[in-house]
Design a protein around this ligand. Structure first.
Ligand code: GDP
Ligand code: MG
Length: 437
């Protein structure tokens, strides 16, 4: 995902104690590539990195005490700006305030309507009414009723009535008569933008004149999300964007592009299917999320403190010559241990974070590995290919481990060797792909 790629982009800084003009450019090129890969429009990404570059060179980042950190801060601040300043709320000035949902089918309108109803209800002063205007699918009306029950909010529907404008008007009248001060209108979407849908939603919009029109978009749809946002905005001139499905490993690129293209604030994000999986959108937090900030900063810092460049260069030579053996592996392990606790560290390795997310690694995990390597002869360490089954038995006995564990280490070592060779051959991209599966 984007943060992993940015991790690796900023990783360029790791080997260098200092940032030079050359590696500012190099790093930003990687940042740009990462943004484009995460579905940020190419031009937006390019403008973005140009601005950062100018600022980086202008602000004496090069002479800063901790250039890596300063660079990360610059990237973060610019990303935050790009996604819009402070979080903007929803216009609730009407009585009732009418909120209209728009967006494609499956974008999360019904789910978000329920979440918003719950969110507003919790404010105590608000008594929302949910309105079912997805008139073509009876199941959609039922779905809103289920959602309404979950959040304990009344749902207004009129099964059989095919006119969403009439339903909306009746719902608003019902709200007035029953003391609802917020009306949330859930509408029908289609799988792709088409004239029928656009006409219907524009009609509701023109007739009802909502206080707030929201465009709900699935953040997993990437670049398509941007085009859809553009089309809806041209017809509805909506007030804000809701980015759904930003849970798990979803790319954050849509947030950046949509904001730049339609210039409307992103107001909320959906982070799960449950009714409380709703967050106010904060550009700064989103930038953190995209960058995986904490990790990048500490990686840059710790790397600068501890990384032994000389050692690294030696090892690189060995990898290139296919001479990376268990002794080197052991040295690497010790280097890593010096740098900090394992769990933290593995998570910071670009690309590895995802792989290791669910694995519980503790420093003890190395004891077995170290014992196995210590039980190998020097020949076995430098040329692991010779380790046959009788040698495996001997090693396992000597290290107090099982043959299985020895096998596992050998297998991992093999895989690692393959990966390292790929990296060497300028195949960093290839490796990222492999890691992503
Ligand atoms: P609609 O057609 O626009 O009304 O979309 P729905 O609200 O029915 O949502 C479509 C699917 O996406 C459903 O399975 C929802 O549970 C799911 N969904 C909606 N919002 C989110 C979210 O923020 N995260 C996740 N993981 N799923 C979501
Ligand atoms: Mg729906």
């Amino acid at each position: 995902n984007l943060s992993e790629k940015l991790d690796s982009a900023l990783h360029v800084l790791k080997g260098h104690g200092q940032i030079t003009e050359v590696n500012v450019a190099e790093t930003l090129k990687e940042v740009r590539r990462a943004l484009v890969d995460a579905d940020v429009n190419y031009k937006i990404a390019k403008d973005f990195t140009n601005v950062v570059k100018k600022k980086a060179l202008g602000q004496d980042v090069l002479k800063a005490l901790k250039p890596g950190q300063m660079m990360v801060k610059l990237v973060k601040d610019e990303l935050t700006d790009l996604m819009g300043g402070e979080a903007e709320g929803i216009n609730l000035s009407g009585d009732p305030s009418v909120i209209l949902m728009s967006g494609l089918q499956g974008s999360g309108k019904t789910t978000f309507s329920g979440k918003l109803a719950k969110y507003l209800k919790n404010k105590k002063t608000k008594k929302p009414l949910l309105v079912a205007c997805d008139v073509y699918r009876p199941a959609a009306i039922d779905q809103l009723h289920v959602v309404g029950e979950q959040v304990d909010v009344e749902v207004f529907s009129d099964k059989g009535n095919q006119d969403p404008v009439a339903i909306s008007k009746a719902a608003i009248a019902h709200a007035k008569a029953n003391g609802h001060n917020v009306v949330i209108i859930d509408t029908a979407g289609r799988l792709a933008v088409d004239e029928v849908m656009m006409t219907e939603i524009s009609n509701i919009h023109n007739e009802i004149k909502p206080h707030e029109t929201l465009f709900v978009v699935d953040s997993m749809t990437g670049q398509d999300a941007v085009n859809t946002a553009k089309t809806f905005n041209e017809r509805l001139n909506f007030d804000g964007v809701i980015l759904t499905k930003l849970d798990g490993d979803t790319r954050g690129g849509a947030a950046i592009s949509i904001k730049s293209v339609v210039n409307k604030p992103i107001k909320f994000i959906g982070t799960g299917e449950k009714m409380d999986a709703l967050d106010v959108f904060y550009p700064g937090r989103m930038a953190d999320r995209i960058l995986g900030m904490g990790d990048v900063i500490s990686l840059v810092e710790r790397a600068q403190e501890q990384y032994d460049e000389e050692e690294a260069r030696k090892i690189q030579k060995k990898i290139a010559k296919n001479k990376f053996g268990f002794d080197d592996f052991l040295k690497q392990l010790q280097q890593i241990k010096k740098m900090g606790s394992m769990k933290d560290l593995m998570g910071m390795i670009p690309g590895a974070g995802k792989m290791l997310k669910d694995v519980d690694i503790d420093d003890d995990a190395f004891k077995g590995i170290e014992a196995i390597i210590h039980s190998m002869t020097p020949e076995e360490r430098s040329n692991p290919k010779i380790i046959n089954s009788s040698r495996k038995k001997r090693i396992s006995k000597g290290s107090g481990t099982s043959v299985q564990e020895v096998n596992q280490l050998l297998k991992q070592f093999n895989q690692m060797g393959k990966m390292m060779k790929m990296m060497q051959g300028g195949g960093g991209q290839k490796m990222m792909q492999m890691m992503k599966g």
